[in-house]
Design a protein around this ligand. Structure first.
Ligand SMILES: [Zn+2]
Ligand SMILES: [Zn+2]
Length: 380
């Protein structure tokens, strides 16, 4: 038995079919170093595993996200539109502070650039908070959990195919929980799978390319404060640009005044941003998500006695719950170290083969029966 190393003992006891665990390092049986059998040590029999600094969970994260600063920053994979947002905000405010503020400060009051500066930093702070944080990603099931759930589904009825939804009662309203085939979990109420990030997100609102992240339970308030403060900021800029143009046109004429104030462009962005803020204010006051609003989940058109079970029945309480309630902790522990004895839900490449790995494991569990304790190599 000296050849059994980082593969678990019980794995050997079950009948193993050729190629069944092809994602698990199979070199273990050929090595005969007794030290490697010690729990907690890096499996030395896998090539490239020697003397490795322990890796963090974000490095093997199965979703399609990007991580920066050693996992502190988490964003969606496509970040192009986010940079466009940044450029638009920086360009507009840069033009305002360069061309309009000096004139306004000397002719009206120096408070204008000060208030503008405060608004600018608030907008940027909220944008970064919404863009760089975990929106509320739900961790995928481990192979053991997935196999267990699969068995429950199989044994829950004779119907074929087995039911992939469950029903729960929330405030008297029946809510369906759908099974996520990628994450191998029954999604909690209000969660949804973002196809772009390939994760289930708690209280999923929508995927926002402008902030380069999903908007969910953990970053919705920052997203909301971002669009609201951006509305105030664009209205502020627009109002003072008009003031500047009017004051100047008295001296130099309207057209040459326009030339000195190029931020009239902001006129077009004002309406879309204010409209979006209005829409999200309506959603917050009725405790709905964009996802539910688009689907019409709580619309009375669906059935007469359909209502939103999450609403507190009061606009003020709904707003307080959305903006001041406690923020739940991140569930994915993306900066946590990977322990060698932890069954990983993830595969080696970030986001490409996570689901196929999970399904392989699921299949092998069904064949082999009984929960295995899998000790995985995490190859490059
Ligand atoms: Zn999912
Ligand atoms: Zn997303």
């Amino acid at each position: 038995m000296s050849q059994i190393h980082h593969a678990a003992l019980d794995q050997q006891q079950h009948q193993q079919q050729p190629g069944q665990y092809n994602q698990i390092c199979t070199r273990s049986s050929s090595s005969s170093t007794p030290a490697a059998a010690t729990e907690g040590t890096e499996p030395s029999s896998c090539p490239g595993q020697r003397n490795r600094i322990p890796r963090r969970k974000w490095q093997v994260f199965p979703g399609r996200n990007r991580f920066y600063c050693n996992g502190r920053i988490m964003m969606a994979r496509q970040t192009g539109v986010f940079y466009l947002t940044l450029v638009l905000i920086l360009l507009t405010s840069g033009l305002f502070f360069t061309f309009d503020c000096p004139f306004l400060a000397s002719n009206l009051t120096p408070a204008i650039p000060v208030v503008g500066g405060v608004l600018f930093f608030f907008v940027m702070g909220m944008l970064f908070r919404a863009s760089f944080s975990d929106p509320g990603v739900l961790p995928r099931a481990t192979p053991d959990e997935a196999a267990d759930l699969e068995r429950q589904i199989d044994s829950s009825g004779c119907s074929r195919p087995p039911p992939r939804t469950r029903e729960v009662l929330i405030n008297g309203q029946t809510v369906k929980l759908k099974y996520c085939f990628t994450c191998k979990i029954f999604r909690p109420p209000r969660a949804s799978h973002c196809s772009l990030c390939d994760n289930c997100v708690e209280r999923f609102d929508h995927h926002c390319p402008w902030v380069g992240n999903c908007v969910g339970r953990r970053n919705y308030r920052f997203f909301y404060l971002f669009i609201v403060s951006l509305s105030f900021f664009t209205i502020f800029i627009f109002a003072f640009v008009i003031t500047h143009v009017i004051l100047r046109s008295n001296r130099t004429g309207f057209l040459s005044a326009l030339k000195d104030s190029p931020v009239v462009v902001c006129f077009f962005s004002v309406w879309s941003i204010v409209g979006l803020s209005g829409f999200h204010t309506y959603l917050i006051s009725s405790n709905q998500t964009t996802n539910e609003d688009i689907k019409g989940s709580w619309s009375t058109k669906r059935s007469k006695d359909n209502y939103n079970p999450y609403s507190y029945g009061n606009i003020l309480t709904n707003c307080c719950a959305a903006l001041c309630g406690p923020l739940p902790p991140s569930l994915i522990d993306r900066r946590g170290l990977i322990r060698s004895d932890t069954p990983q839900t993830t595969s080696q490449s970030n986001g490409t083969s996570g689901s196929s790995y999970a399904s392989t494991q699921l299949h092998s569990h069904k064949v082999g029966g009984g929960p295995h304790h899998l000790w995985l190599c995490t190859p490059e």
